[in-house]
Write a protein that binds this ligand. Structure first.
Ligand code: ATP
Length: 245
């Protein structure tokens, strides 16, 4: 369990009555959620529930209505690249690595985007300690890496430059069971350091084991929320909202 912040503390991320439509399709229909300091929060839901849309809206990658606040400040008019410079690190489903740039150049970009207090050399050394495979391949274009290695490179960006909040879209998608365990081990390290994390996942069991709190999204509406261990024990929820056990 992560640290439970008092309810009165300003959340790192607060989303209030969020609506997003793709033409006539309402992808999010009034979502309200928050991530407090030091918390890991997961949004689970079946295919098409609106999970990717939620993270893209938080990054202002698409139009929305409602309210989104980062450390209490409305983000409505802040462009995506400026949110990145304010410490919002979004790791999308496709990992978001620049495939024609080398591994090292990808890490340099992460460093420059939201420079931490220490030097690039020190930051890279730590990332390579976690991922020796990236050290071996540091001069290679990131596009030459396997899917699992690209996920490691994506996660290494959060080591190089620890964000204010990490937004993760299905980190286990397309990975072997061994790589899924590895990814969650690394995420466990972020959590232990007190990084605020918002994770969206179809891999419900792994995500609920990992998170402090969870929300269940169904067809653009949050239908359940609570402590992750409570949600994980709720077999009815799995049948009713997620379509499997
Ligand atoms: P998945 O796990 O399959 O990515 P998801 O929970 O992330 O699902 P979204 O990708 O956010 O769901 O999609 C939510 C709804 O919006 C779905 O009905 C989807 O078909 C629709 N949708 C998503 N992107 C677009 C788009 N660019 N244009 C039109 N409809 C879209």
């Amino acid at each position: 369990m992560g640290r439970m912040a008092p309810m009165t503390e300003t959340p790192v991320l607060a989303v209030d009555d969020l609506h997003v439509s793709y033409g006539p399709i309402g992808a999010l229909r009034g979502c309200t959620l928050e991530v407090r300091a030091g918390e890991t929060v997961v949004v689970v839901g079946a295919n098409g529930a609106g999970k990717t849309t939620l993270l893209r809206a938080v990054c202002n990658m698409l139009p929305w209505t409602g309210a989104i606040r980062l450390d209490g400040a409305p983000t409505g008019r802040v462009p995506t690249h400026r949110l990145a410079r304010q410490g919002v690190l979004h790791l999308p489903e496709n990992r978001g690595v620049l495939t024609t740039q080398s591994v090292l150049e990808n890490l340099q970009l992460a460093f420059d985007m939201y420079p931490p207090a220490r030097s690039f050399a020190d930051a890279v050394e730590e990332a390579f300690t976690h991922f020796p495979r990236l050290k071996e391949r540091q001069q290679q274009p990131a596009g030459n890496l396997s899917g699992g290695e690209q996920q490691m490179l994506a996660l290494a960006r959060a080591i190089i430059s620890p964000p204010k909040i990490l937004l993760l879209d299905e980190p286990s998608l397309g990975l072997s069971p061994r790589m899924v365990r590895e990814a969650y081990r690394v995420l466990g390290g972020f959590k232990a350091r007190g990084m605020a994390i918002l994770l969206v996942e179809q891999n419900v069991h792994a995500a609920l084991r990992f998170a402090d709190r969870g929300y269940v999204l169904r067809q653009g509406v949050i239908v359940r929320q609570g402590e992750a261990d409570m949600l994980a024990r709720d077999t009815e929820l799995f049948n009713q909202y997620l379509g499997f056990t």
